[in-house]
Design a protein around this ligand. Sequence first.
Ligand SMILES: *Cc1c(COP(=O)(O)O)cnc(C)c1O
Length: 420
Amino acid sequence: MTTRFSNSATSTTAFDRFSIPDDQGRFGPYGGSYVPETLCHPLRELTEAYADAQKDPQFEKELKSMLKSFAGRPTALYYAERLSKQIGGARIFLKREDLLHTGAHKINNALGQALLAKRMGKKRIIAETGAGQHGIATASVCARFGFECVIYMGAEDMRRQALNVFRMKLSGAEVRGVEAGSKTLKEAINEAMRDWVTNVRNTHYILGSALGAHPYPGMVRDFHRIIGEETKKQFLKQEGRLPDEMIACVGGGSNAIGFFFDFLEDLDVRLVGVEAGGRSLDEGEHAARFEGGKLGILQGCKTWILQNKDGQINQTHSVSAGLDYAAIGPEHAFYRDRGRIDFANAGDADALEAFKMLSSEEGILPALETAHGLAYAFKRAAELPQDHIICVNLSGRGDKDAVEAARVMGVRDLPDMSLS
Ligand SMILES: *Cc1c(COP(=O)(O)O)cnc(C)c1O
């Protein structure tokens, strides 16, 4: 049972995927730029600098070279044969973004924006981070370019991710704890925006997902499009065909949209984004924006948001910090409306099972974020015949999550990892 997409009047072929967002940053009714006046100037300056960089072959050349020699591109496309046989349905392939420097896809975007900052003559970088993956990618890139680097991180996240805080500091970053609100990612983004307004003359803000105000969602997507472009070439070369189904986990949505973008017009390829189903789909227990979310505005962007009836942002929960955010990237909402990207969700328990299964069957430890995509893929593979191909974007590696997985699995006698 596969889902096919017909060429109806509303199908994706009716428009050009490169035409969105429009010049106001809108993806249909989503996206845009809903910010205080003080942020309008830096956002406009960034929009112009990015448009300028896109026209410059030297920028592309330098980025390509850094992606290869510093980040480790291209990443492999891997057929998980043992796992596929174990499940007994469709063949499962993995796009190995986990093999990249610093452990996840995040480095693609961090490198792109760092090169942009260099062009703009900015020597100070700020960024927000939740679990720490984006902070580590940014700190690493700043060390490479000799930029001053300040990372904002919720105090609660700093406690949970003490080792990652230390890794950022080793790369020379200053990590500033944010004590406001729930002391997690949302508050860290607020602080980063505040810093940007104050220090815009010498500072660039490297936002970490396909989120926020224009030009970030489209720009971050562009820096990750390489994932899907490589995947397509590799499939044509290795298998002589495209996959039937592509699956990626969705936090803000950057790894997923980068993976999907080059396939949007290949209507026979089903695209599925997997959100965090948390402990349950009750309010406050998950981060699945398409399960109980509503249209709203958060941190500069109009999109689907988990909020209560008064418009206050809900608490969210996921076993993976990287999926634990109340808003989804606007481009995902747009393609969901058009029926081009389907959405599913996987809960904490299923993600942990998938984490264990990929580790034991293939010797590959996936990030807990990625494990959500895997959980859905394993279920799907079992429903599909063996001549079908599923490709999962393995967005990151699970080394960072081993301690958390051990805790949830009830393993005792782990070394003490708290460095404070
Ligand atoms: C940050 C992160 C995610 C979630 O972010 P997206 O912008 O949705 O990709 C997913 N997987 C890994 C490994 C991450 O580090």
